[in-house]
Each structure stands twice: as structure tokens, then as C-alpha cells.
Design a protein around this ligand. Structure first.
Ligand code: P6P
Length: 337
């Protein structure tokens, strides 16, 4: 008897029936974003055949050189979502300010934030990349929408998810009731539920960090990594493995699948910056997903989801994954303080 296939729509409707978590407008939002990710995956998979590789010869708000696919993915998400009546505005790593839904369309109560194509330095070398998205609800019922409506702690997220464009194209989603994974069936063009109730093991032997920054780290991070490298003869009493894909979506997906700890901590290269990764549309959605899968996420001193944002594109130090390892990192930071 073939295993019953559950589609994304069926999953969302069942979530609404069982938990009342997904009103119609939110279900529409999720399905529209999922459809946009399918379109992005087609562009990503075309590669050189689609004239989508290489630099766009423009810079984004972060001063980073944009890839053609960064801009294409951003436009796909904007066009897919602006007309539906479910959103008040959107924010993206690729845009300086917020994008308010044009007056010609009805305005909704949700706010959508995204990194349209994270890990874009990997596009040209055919390594997995992804789209990260986060959904907030407009607070207060004052007319209009502004950047300040977006500046809510990650705990306020209604939905968080990502799409990883890898050997499989997979959509990973939480609406606050655990983590589900959907695999794209390219023949049908549909998202099929392939994993539900995802759980990250509390312990791990695998860490993910860019080791070339070793000399720039703060002492607690250096202590943690040195102990991992000391292996079974050191204080941890076990050997560790290392992975670094330099694509947060791919590294986090591995951790959701088999455990591990992902770290992009503050370092001395640019001490005025809290970290490299962005709070609103990278760290917050990934932290929500990781916590919903039984993991933990900290900036070393605070739970990431509790941080009060002050600007749309602010950066943050990120350590997330297997709960016991993240707790150890928090303890080392507390001792150092
Ligand atoms: P580095 C990709 O550019 C990204 O924002 C994350 O996806 C990734 O984890 C990190 O930066 C990689 O940074 O300094 O190792 O290239």
C-alpha cells in the first residue's frame, strides 16, 4: 500500500483544524511563499543555462555585491506576495527600506521578511543555497505601516521557514507547533510532507564554524572550539567532526537532520558589528525553527528570540543547534563575564 502523501495545503488545513494556528490569510501567505520558492528553485537549477549566474554588478544595502539570482529571487517573492491582500509590507536583505504593498492592492495584517537567496556566494560553485523567511503580525491597528512595525522580538513570529535548493529542494516550516519538512515532487510540482515533528538531538559531535576566523574570536568561543579540537584526550572526552558549507540554510538543515552546533559569533575583525548574520531575516527565523525542533539559539548571552531589534538590518552573533552544546556555550560566556 503506497504511503499516503500529505500535501502542504493538507498539512496547513490540518494544523488549523487541530490547533487553530493558521487562519485563511496566513495559509494563503505560506502557500504563496512556497510557490515562489518553487519558481526560485527553477532559476537556481537552470544555472549557466539560464543566464542567471554571476554578479549583477550592483551592491545591496549591506554593501555586498549582488548576484543576478539574489535580485531575481527578491523580485519573485515581491511579485508573488504583493497582490494577495494578506500582507501590509515586506522587508528583504536585498532592499534598504520596507516594501509597502501598493495601494492598488488590498492590505493585510501580516509582515513578511526574507533573505531571498542566502549563501549566494555558493551559487556560482553549485553548492546548496536557500531562501529564509519570517512572518510577523502588524501590532496595533493604526493606519499605515512603517519600519517600526517590523521591530518585534523573534518570539512574536507567526511562521518561520526556509527552502533549501540542494540535491532535493525542501521546504522546512514551523507555525509554532513543531517543525515539518516538505520535499518538492518535481514531476507533480507539489510539496509533499516527508518529515514531521523534527527533533534535534540534544548532544552532538559535530560543530560548524568558519575556522579561518579562529584568531579573532572572543575567549568563550575559542575555549569551546579548542575543547572540541582536543577530542577524547581533552575535557570533552570525545572526538568532534567539523562541517562548514558557508550557506546557513544548508548548515542548519544538516543540524535539523542529525544534530550539531552552528556558530557565526562576534569577532574582532569588525568589532563594532554584533556579528555577520542578520537578526530579522536570518537568525530569528532559524532560531524559531531550531527551538521548535528542541534545540536552542543564543547570541552567547541572551536567547536570540528575546532580543529586541532596533534596526531592520541589524546583525547578531549566532550560536544554535543541539541544546546541550548551546547551553555549554552560554555557560562559557557567563563565566567569562
Ligand atoms: P563566511 C552566506 O553569505 C552567509 O550569510 C551565511 O549563509 C553563511 O553561514 C555565512 O554567510 C558564511 O560566511 O564568512 O564563512 O563566508
Amino acid at each position: 500500500m503506497a504511503k499516503k502523501r500529505i500535501s502542504l495545503t493538507q498539512y496547513l488545513i490540518e494544523q488549523q483544524r487541530q490547533h487553530g494556528r493558521i487562519p485563511a490569510q496566513l495559509r494563503l501567505l505560506i502557500e504563496v511563499v512556497a510557490r515562489a520558492c518553487k519558481r526560485i528553485s527553477i532559476g537556481v537549477n537552470k544555472g549557466a543555462l539560464g543566464d542567471v549566474l554571476g554578479s549583477a554588478e550592483t551592491e545591496n544595502v549591506q554593501g555586498e555585491m549582488q548576484k543576478k539570482l539574489d535580485i531575481i529571487a527578491n523580485e519573485v517573492l515581491i511579485e508573488a506576495n504583493e497582490w494577495g491582500g494578506h500582507l501590509a509590507a515586506m522587508a528583504s536583505e536585498e532592499m534598504e527600506g520596507i516594501y509597502v504593498v501598493p495601494n492598488r492592492f488590498p492590505q493585510g495584517e501580516y509582515l513578511l521578511l526574507f533573505d531571498p537567496l542566502d549563501g549566494s556566494s555558493n551559487i556560482d560553485v553549485n553548492v546548496s543555497i536557500g531562501t529564509i523567511f519570517s512572518v510577523l503580525k502588524k501590532t496595533g491597528n493604526d493606519e499605515g505601516v512603517s519600519e517600526s512595525d517590523f521591530l518585534q522580538p523573534g518570539l512574536q513570529q507567526a511562521v518561520a521557514g526556509y527552502c533549501v535548493y540542494g540535491p532535493q529542494t525542501m521546504l522546512v516550516l514551523t507555525v509554532g507547533n513543531g517543525v515539518a519538512m516538505f520535499t518538492l515532487d518535481r514531476e507533480e510540482g507539489s510539496w509533499v510532507l516527508t518529515h514531521d515533528g523534527v527533533q534535534i538531538p540534544a548532544d552532538t559531535r559535530e560543530f560548524a564554524i568558519n575556522m579561518s576566523n579562529l584568531r579573532h574570536w572572543a575567549p568563550p568561543v575559542r575555549r569551546y572550539i579548542d575543547e572540541c579540537l582536543a577530542g577524547r584526550d581533552g575535557p570533552r572526552g570525545k572526538d568532534f567532526n567539523m562541517r562548514w558549507i558557508a550557506s546557513m540554510v544548508a548548515d542548519v538543515h544538516r543540524i535539523l537532520t542529525r544534530g550539531g552546533v552552528f556558530m557565526y559569533p562576534w569577532d574582532r575583525r569588525e568589532p563594532q558589528k554584533a556579528g555577520k548574520l542578520r537578526l530579522m531575516y536570518e537568525a530569528n527565523p532559524m532560531s524559531f525553527i531550531v527551538e521548535q525542533a528542541g534545540g536552542a539559539a543564543t547570541n552567547g548571552r541572551q536567547r536570540i528570540l528575546e532580543l529586541q531589534p532596533t534596526t531592520l538590518h541589524e546583525r547578531v552573533s549566532v550560536m544554535l543547534g543541539s541544546k546541550n552544546e548551546v547551553q555549554r556555550l552560554s555557560a562559557y560566556h557567563a563565566e567569562a563575564d
